[in-house]
Ligand binder design. Structure first.
Ligand SMILES: C[S@@+](CC[C@H](N)C(=O)[O-])C[C@H]1O[C@@H](n2cnc3c(N)ncnc32)[C@H](O)[C@@H]1O
Length: 262
């Protein structure tokens, strides 16, 4: 996987602005967090969990419920997201939240025996390197629990863009699912689960589907907004792809990966 240049200040700004609307729109992300928690080993009891790219705490809350004796530190690039977790006192005294870059070893909490992350890693600049760093920070028996969107996500948007303009959709360069389990193995981890899953968010029309990206803060930095005419063409092409219920679906393809250290 090639490291991608990503403007992290812009990513942080975009997600910060969306902190108030995120939970109302992040239906697919909530489903992916549930899928990740369902795949965790029954006999593992963490003491300190790091939720890396914690956002508004969708995964944090689920992990704290699953592991009632664990503490959790949530780390996110976006100050607005961190503030939202703090204000709502997610996890009460068992949890704390701070700003930081999950790709920076200095941002990881000392002593964590579980590194968890859901729907954040597609924004990283070098996921393989970051996974190796997380693995190296864990004790023997420690766990990485990762869910990330992968290549092939939003096929409806890709097809609509191709139809409207004859070119591939210039969206986020999602990581390739192949090879991520191998990265963990090379880092000395045993693979407990590596599952491809698919979840769709559904919207009454194409305009609302595209609005959902803004509402969760998922805006690709540096991408020029479409002009009115091009936007109309894209919306029309996406509206032509309504499903049998007359809705516009956005298919999220994710890899759920759980590895145990040593
Ligand atoms: C789509 S949200 C997912 C949030 C949450 N984990 C969930 O499942 O709903 C992605 C989050 O990852 C954060 N993020 C992206 N890159 C990051 C990085 N390098 N370090 C820490 N957080 C990052 C964003 O700020 C955003 O809050």
């Amino acid at each position: 996987m090639t490291p991608a240049a990503i403007d992290k200040d812009a990513v942080a700004r975009n997600f910060s602005v969306a902190a108030g609307s995120y939970d109302g729109w992040a239906t697919a992300q909530a489903g992916i967090a549930d899928a990740l928690v369902r795949r965790l080993p029954g006999d593992f009891v963490p003491a300190l969990i790091a939720d890396l790219g914690c956002g508004t705490g969708l995964l944090s809350g689920r992990l704290l419920a699953r592991y009632p004796s664990a503490s959790l530190v949530g780390v996110d690039l976006a100050g607005g997201m961190v503030e939202s977790c703090r204000k709502r006192r997610i996890g009460g005294a068992r949890a704390s939240f701070r700003t930081g870059d999950a790709e920076d070893p200095a941002a990881l909490p000392d002593g964590a025996d579980m590194a968890a992350s859901s729907c954040a890693a597609q924004w990283f600049s070098d996921l393989s390197k970051t996974l190796r760093m997380w693995a190296a920070s864990l004790p023997a028996g420690g766990l990485i629990a990762l869910a990330t969107l992968v290549r092939g996500t939003f096929p409806e948007l890709a097809a609509a863009h191709l139809e409207a303009f004859g070119t591939p959709f210039p969206g986020l360069d999602f990581p390739d699912a192949d090879g991520l389990a191998g990265t963990l193995r090379e880092a000395g981890m045993r693979i407990y689960a590596a599952d491809a899953i698919e979840l769709s968010s559904v919207h009454p029309n194409a305009r609302e589907a595209l609005r959902s990206f803004r509402k969760i803060g998922a805006r690709v930095p540096g991408r020029r907004p479409l002009g009115h005419h091009d936007m109309r063409m894209l919306l029309a092409a996406l509206d032509r792809r309504r499903n049998a219920d007359g809705m516009v679906a956005l298919t999220h393809r994710a890899l759920v990966l759980v590895g145990i250290n040593g």
